[in-house]
Design a protein. Structure first.
Length: 286
């Protein structure tokens, strides 16, 4: 038993009111478990932590399959832990097994109204407009509400990058769960930081171009030129320079040009330019 108002043990008598009717108000996560099930014992504390953290944005309904065999049979539960999410009176999604906390958050956030979503959009706009003090205040409010909010952490990193605090941005991104670090916007930020680091110590574009006119085989100058072009948002031109290194000097910088091309793809995202240059890169590699 628990004292939390967001966690309810389910019986045939209260299933209708808690799960069916209750899910019209907020999503209800129904966890089918049993005392003998070790994965269940690993999952339950995670679910209880999340439901208390979300403060009523969803309800956790626990069904002991040994005691409530009728309910388990109705939902054809064959293996546990089994978790079903009810919304508007109907089961709309499910997962099996003791998933990691980050994956469960992602699962929940598809169905739970995220009040911070609109605020994060405002933060993005503030950063673009250079209103960094206002953005910092709003991000801090979001982090005060939920220090583990991945989108708020990403926004914090974007802000730090925008004001030139690269180390703080890097630390923020590294604090994210691994699955969050794979998100396109995070990969793009990491790529931007790499190119900014190279460009910050590189000669100006004109000087690099002159160097290459004198010695087209100067891979370091070409790599620096690519970084400078990325910082000028001339991404296709940067890819052309990197592709030349892949073609002529693959070993440069421990395959640095190929790795840099992949990071430019991260910045560009899903775009025909990415497909075109990825194909060209593979042609030279294989």
């Amino acid at each position: 038993m628990t004292d939390s108002p967001y966690i309810i043990d389910i019986t045939p008598e209260n299933f209708g009111s808690v799960v069916v009717e209750g899910s019209i108000q907020v999503p209800v996560l129904v966890d089918f478990w049993a005392d003998w099930c070790q994965p269940c014992k690993a999952l339950i504390p995670v679910l209880e932590k999340l439901v208390n953290e979300y403060q009523g944005k969803f309800i956790l309904a626990k069904v002991n399959t040994e005691e409530q065999q009728e309910i388990a049979a109705h939902f054809q539960i064959r293996s546990i832990p089994a978790v079903k999410l009810f919304k508007d009176g109907q089961p709309v999604d499910e997962f099996m097994g003791a998933l990691p906390e980050a994956e469960i958050r992602t699962f929940l956030d598809k169905y739970i109204e995220n009040e911070s979503g609109g605020q994060l959009e405002q933060v993005q706009q503030m950063i673009l407009e250079g209103r960094t003090d206002e953005a910092a205040t709003m991000i801090q409010q979001l982090l005060d509400e939920d220090a583990a909010n991945p989108q708020a952490i990403i926004a914090f990193a974007q802000l730090k990058l925008a004001i030139g605090e690269k180390d703080a941005a890097q630390q923020a991104l590294e604090s994210l769960p691994l699955d969050e670090q794979q998100k396109p916007e995070v990969a793009a930020m990491k790529a931007q930081m790499l190119f900014e680091s190279v460009a910050s110590t590189a000669p100006p574009i004109e000087e690099l171009q002159q160097k290459l006119q004198q010695d087209a085989s100067d891979s370091e100058a070409r790599y620096q030129l690519a970084a400078q072009l990325v910082m000028q948002n001339q991404l296709e031109a940067a890819l052309d320079e990197l592709l030349l290194i892949v073609q002529k000097d693959r070993a440069y910088g421990d395959d640095a040009a190929r790795k840099a091309m992949i990071q430019v793809f991260d910045i560009i995202g899903d775009h025909p330019i990415t497909s075109t240059y990825r194909s060209r890169m593979f042609n030279y590699l294989y």
